[in-house]
Design a binder for this molecule. Structure first.
Ligand code: 4AD
Ligand code: MG
Length: 435
């Protein structure tokens, strides 16, 4: 039995306890043995540490049994924290006592290669693996950075609802649900409500899950993803581009500072992240199209950028690009028109470097009541469901702008992940709703 009165210390904090005897509670991740020694890799949720069991220090039965504990068995270990220069944590634990709290059945995920399908079926177990674990810890840091950034700048958190009577981003990707005797939709974006909140509170943000019935099976689309949507009263397109730039830089800095170990586990080239500095490249859609033509990249004016177009642009720069003034036809009904060219909208997308594509979409909102009424008709949207939104143009409307930043897109870019499915704990996709 272990002495449970010894203070238990999380793995990520062990380096503060060198020379002390501590209790470690976790699961056996891996083991290597050589004669008189068992090297137990123990994970506790905050990290993985090597616990070294030396034959000479332990009861013979205990030492023998530690050679057979199956992977993922829950354990309690009491031992001394020792400096270890070779460990990324800088420490290891010399085992004094150990106790198996629950012995695991043979764990399905082993060191051998598994197919993605096999791992996705076992996502609830896969998240214990080193790389998945590192990715999700980075995701959490991204989310904290977002909140800190906005809270510190005086943005008020005002949540938008998830059940909604109306479409925000077009009607093709709506999830319809029964709402008692009526129909409702799962929100595609909290923006329309964030606009109402901005007229009540000034600078606001909503932050939550959003839903899109994306029928396409791509690496960059989830049907459920998290988005933060800041909205600012009195701000124009230029101001909102400045906020996007500052926020993206801040998120990257926080991850570099507080998730260095995780980035190392993911073998991320951090130099590429260190290069993320202001100012970002700013190009209008028209300039992008001109650039494509100069370089012989096939693209026709008027269409939205596809993944190859975004990658082609991103390859030219080592920092994100703010593409502004897309054709109005490829943007949603609420986008304000460019006063200099009515075919264009005052919109902006932020494209991440290294081919990670669009991480932010936003812009200035239309303020003219009649224009919005025409747009609602043009997009064949039901006006009744938007009356509340139109009220915002009736009662003291002002210039306002905002954007949406996709948490998993940003996480994928920071982690260097090839697929969004690894950047959310339990991904929902076209053919995936289990576990
Ligand atoms: O560009 P989107 O569609 O913009 C909006 O929803 C606006 N209403 C936001 C606003 O202005 N308040 O989506 C914004 C971001 C994208 O740039 C991308 O990062 C992410 O949301 N995103 C997705 N992430 C994962 N899976 C999907 N299917 C996504 N669709 C959009
Ligand atoms: Mg977009």
């Amino acid at each position: 039995m272990t002495d449970s009165s010894v203070a238990s210390v999380p793995v990520e904090k062990l380096a503060d306890h060198v020379g002390q005897t501590v209790q470690l509670r976790g699961w056996l991740y891996n083991r290597r043995s050589s004669g008189k020694l068992h090297f137990l890799q123990v994970r506790d949720g905050t990290g993985i540490v090597q616990a070294v069991a030396f034959k000479g220090d332990l009861e013979p039965e205990l030492f023998e049994s530690l050679g057979h504990v199956p992977q993922e068995s829950a354990m309690r270990i009491v031992g001394e924290v020792r400096e270890d220069k070779r460990s990324p944590l800088g420490v290891e634990v010399g085992v004094h006592q150990a106790e198996v709290l629950s012995e695991s059945e043979p764990f399905p995920i082993t060191k051998k290669e598994h197919s993605t399908g096999f791992l996705m079926e076992r996502r609830h177990l896969w998240i214990r693996s080193r790389k998945q674990h590192a990715t999700l810890r980075i995701r959490a840091r991204v989310m904290k950075a977002i909140r800190d950034f906005l809270d510190d700048r005086g943005f008020l958190a005002v949540d938008s609802p998830i059940f909604t009577p109306n479409a925000c981003e077009g009607t093709t990707s709506l999830f319809e649900v029964d709402y008692f005797d009526d129909k409702a939709y799962l929100t595609q974006s909290g923006q329309l409500y964030a606009e109402a909140s901005a007229m009540a509170f000034g600078n606001v943000y909503c932050f939550g899950p959003t839903f899109r019935a994306e029928k396409s099976k791509t690496r960059r689309h989830l049907t459920e993803f998290w988005m933060v949507e800041p909205e600012m009263a009195f701000a124009d397109l230029n101001e909102v581009m400045g906020v996007i730039e500052d926020m993206v830089c801040y998120i990257v800095q926080c991850c570099l500072k507080d998730r260095a170990l995780e980035l190392q586990v993911l073998e991320r080239d951090v130099e590429k992240l260190q290069a993320i500095q202001k100012p970002f490249v700013r190009m209008s859609y028209n300039e992008c199209v001109e650039f494509f033509q100069q370089k012989g990249h096939p693209f026709e004016w008027g269409g939205d950028f596809g993944s190859p177009d975004e990658t082609f642009l991103a390859e030219q720069h080592d920092r994100p690009i703010l593409v502004h003034r897309y054709p109005a036809d490829v943007k949603a009904f609420y986008a304000k028109r460019d006063p200099e060219d009515d075919k264009l909208s005052l919109s902006v997308d932020c494209l991440a470097p290294e081919g990670y594509g669009e991480i932010v979409g936003g812009g200035e909102r239309a303020t003219d009541l009649q224009f919005l009424l025409d747009q609602i008709e043009h997009h064949k949207l039901p006006q009744e469901a938007f009356e509340w939104y139109l009220d915002l143009r009736r009662y003291g409307t002002v210039t306002h702008s905002g954007f949406g930043l996709g948490v998993e897109r940003v996480t994928a870019w920071i982690c260097g992940s090839q697929h969004l499915r690894e950047c959310i704990p339990y991904p929902r996709m076209l053919y995936r709703i289990y576990p």
